[in-house]
Design a protein around this ligand. Structure first.
Ligand SMILES: [Zn+2]
Length: 292
């Protein structure tokens, strides 16, 4: 735990353990959690503290898996994320299990990522301002990672919480509703904001130096991957699965369990192919992709 500001604690997920993230705990007239999945050892800081409100950046379990532990809290989430926090079937669908079927780990996936159904009570919208009494939170819709992914600006303290836009790790967009163009625009929106402090959900959590350059490098990883996809097509790989075998978003080697990361790779490569089609660089025919 780190006391970030007078009323704001950072519950940290030191190493990138899944399904956990670094969360903010605002102790104020309204006690509020921004994301609800700190690792077990950080839960001690929430003991005997009634949580009135939970604001989730998005519906991935590593950001909202403990919502169900706070039945009396008001849970706010972008409407694009509402269905997947309620329905396990939707959650699996959104991760591409139906598009790339017969995954041997499908049946154990929801338990492994600690999926617990808990409906949201209200919506977040871009520009919305939420007050906990002394702390003001401005919602910034930052889609791309998922369609309803949001960040939160704290104008009084002068920082932004960017959840799964974490400049010291690599971009992840393995959802059916992920979108690389939106991801690029969202990164640019944060750069335009030019924050003094960026707090991310994973990786180097509190970033104060060279934020703009680090975000630019994070964005450029998307373009590097796109070049790799084009090279794979040139080298004779024409289906998503053939390309995914090369693990370009995992630097050539899948983490364990391979079946899950292969699925993530399939969806992310597919997202690149969709963008390359939009750019007129690639054409698709019967699920095979060719250079134009
Ligand atoms: Zn996420």
């Amino acid at each position: 735990m780190q006391q970030l500001f007078k009323r704001i604690k950072l519950l940290t997920n030191g190493k990138y353990k899944i399904p956990y993230c670094s969360c903010l705990f605002i102790e104020d007239e309204i006690n509020c959690l921004i994301d609800s999945s700190p690792p077990d050892e950080e839960m001690i800081h929430l003991e005997n503290r009634p949580i009135d409100m939970i604001i989730n950046s998005h519906g991935h379990t590593d950001h909202c898996s403990r919502n169900y532990c706070f039945p009396s809290a008001q849970v706010l989430l972008h409407p694009f994320e509402h269905q997947r926090v309620v329905s396990g079937e939707t959650y699996l669908h959104d991760y591409g299990f139906n598009h790339f079927p017969d995954n041997p780990l499908k049946d154990i996936y929801l338990d492994a990522v600690k999926f617990h159904s808990r409906a949201a009570d209200g919506e977040l919208t871009d520009g919305q301002v939420i007050s906990t009494g002394n702390v003001e939170i401005q919602v910034m819709h930052l889609p791309g990672h998922t369609s309803g992914h949001c960040g939160f600006i704290f104008p009084r303290e002068g920082f932004i919480f960017t959840a799964d836009i974490h400049p010291d790790l690599k971009p992840f967009y393995a959802m059916i509703d992920s979108d690389i163009d939106e991801f690029i625009i969202s990164i640019e929106k944060i750069r335009q904001l030019n924050p003094d402090i960026l707090v991310a959900g994973h990786g180097s959590i509190v970033i104060k130096d060279k934020i703009s350059q680090r975000l630019a490098a994070y964005r450029d990883e998307l373009f590097l991957r796109e070049e790799k996809i084009l090279k794979l097509i040139k080298a004779g790989k024409h289906t998503v699965e053939e390309m995914a075998g090369e693990a370009i978003t995992f630097e050539g080697k899948f983490p364990a369990p391979r079946e899950i990361f292969f699925l993530h790779e399939c969806v992310m490569d597919w997202k690149h192919l969709q963008r390359l089609e939009r750019l007129g660089k690639v054409v698709a025919e019967d699920n095979h992709y060719y250079l134009r």
